[in-house]
Design a protein around this ligand. Structure first.
Ligand SMILES: Cc1ncc(COP(=O)(O)O)c(C=O)c1O
Length: 423
């Protein structure tokens, strides 16, 4: 007789007990009969790993990135501004990181300014770009920006700058023609998210930037979600300013970067000892900067391979969900999207309730910033989705380590949860 446990199909928490026996009563290659029974997991489920599908909220630090950082958290503690060898080595490490970040986005190293986060990079870009040209005061942005951009634009508006928020189509994509309608020679800045963090749609930034240039406006894009997931090139996008986030591409939290095209006039938000070309004074966070550089170097090598893998897995996940949940809808354009991001609307259910009923799944209902909110996402309502329907949203964002088994288990758990909680 032979007894074996294996995980049940669909990746749920039950295990299959297979008992095989034959006439001789011993382990035998000629299986005569087979009995399969589904049992509850005798470990109570604790043995099954959690499924992490929230890579747009944050990613783990890649082990190679951590290795690169560790020396600068140990013996290599010099201040990069110090003239002796310990300090010089820290300065050289920052210079290497600057080159790695620049290479990933087709920029020059002198065009990279390290910041404490993507939020800070966006503040520096938007608030730093305004007020340098007295003839220009206007800002053009979209209805689907991250709160970092929204808040900067609101601040500028309160201090008297005209802000145009251009709406997107029901597919979550901005039509360049709609931006062209509001551009004029008094426009100081156009700021457009590159890949939307909640729904993953990719905006035609290059096309819009070229329209903005005809009016002499500066162009900023928040590329926190796209850098490291898809090819991003500052010349192809024709932008002057571009935001990067360390922890969205397997680097550490608490570090970001702003690309500032050569000869672009922006003002610092803080004053101090002049680090980062005077645009971000304060002693540099060497370990985090080194980590961001290593993460960018890694992304340059691997992003093509991972993009293909994530696209395939996310399409499988969508197909499984659509098969199990009649009426489930994908939010946003099916093609022009990040390869890792799915935002789906569960019919007749609240997305938060569906997720709460999934024991092993970590995902979100909107951006992490309003994960606690019961309000429908403003991004979804900006696409014309009715608030009641938008509450059914769940964002599933895959990462480099996501597997086919994760996708199967997630689809099984989500559809089973939906059946339990639907109205
Ligand atoms: C598109 C986008 N921009 C900016 C940010 C802000 O990043 P951080 O919180 O690291 O400053 C995020 C983070 O969610 C994001 O997704």
């Amino acid at each position: 007789m032979r007894i074996a446990w294996r995980q049940a199909k669909g990746g749920d928490r039950r295990l299959t007990l297979t008992v095989v026996w034959c006439e001789c009563g011993f382990i035998c290659p000629s299986d005569r009969a087979r009995l399969e029974v589904l049992f509850a997991d005798p470990t109570g489920g604790g043995a099954m790993p959690m499924i992490y599908l929230d890579h747009n909220a944050t990613t783990p630090i890649d082990p190679a990135v951590l290795e690169a950082m560790l020396p600068f958290l140990r013996g290599e503690f010099g201040n990069p501004s110090s003239a002796y060898a310990l300090g010089r080595r820290a300065g050289e490490a920052i210079a290497r990181a600057r080159g790695e970040v620049a290479r990933l986005i087709g920029a020059g190293p002198e065009e990279i300014v390290f910041t404490g986060s993507a939020t800070e990079a966006t503040n520096l870009a938007i608030r730093g770009a305004i007020g340098n040209d007295r003839q220009r005061a206007g800002v053009v942005t979209t209805s689907i920006e991250h709160p970092a951009t929204v808040s900067c634009c609101n601040l500028l508006e309160r201090s008297g700058h005209p802000v145009h928020r251009v709406g997107v189509g029901t597919n979550g994509i901005l039509a360049p023609g709609r931006v062209a309608e509001v551009l004029h020679d008094g426009t100081a800045l156009v700021t457009i998210i590159h890949a939307q963090n909640e729904i993953g749609t990719i905006q035609p930034v290059g096309e819009i930037a070229r329209l903005a240039k005809r009016h002499g406006a500066l162009v900023h894009t928040d590329a926190a979600q796209s850098v490291g997931k898809i090819p991003v090139d500052v010349d192809a996008l024709a932008v002057d300013l571009l935001t990067i986030a360390g922890h969205k591409l397997y680097g550490p939290k608490g570090v970001g970067a702003l690309f500032v095209r050569k000869e672009t006039a922006i003002s610092p938000l803080m004053v101090g000892a002049g680090q980062e070309h005077g645009l971000r004074p304060g002693t540099e966070n060497v370990a985090n900067i080194v980590g961001l550089g290593a993460a960018c170097a890694l992304a340059a090598q691997t992003q093509g391979q991972f993009a293909g893998q994530m696209r395939k897995l996310s399409l499988t996940l969508l197909a499984r969900l659509q098969a199990e949940v009649p009426g489930l809808r994908l939010v946003g354009d099916a093609q022009r999207r990040l390869p890792n991001t799915l935002n789906v609307l569960f019919p007749d259910a609240i997305g938060r309730a569906v997720l709460d009923a999934c024991p092993d799944l970590m995902a979100s209902t909107g951006s992490a910033c309003h994960a606690e909110s019961e309000q429908p996402s403003s991004i979804l309502t900006a696409l014309g989705i009715a608030p009641g329907i938008a509450l059914g949203a769940v964002r599933l964002s895959l990462g480099r380590s996501s597997t086919a088994a994760d996708v199967e288990r997630a689809a099984y758990q989500l559809s089973a949860a939906w059946r339990r909680v639907r109205a």
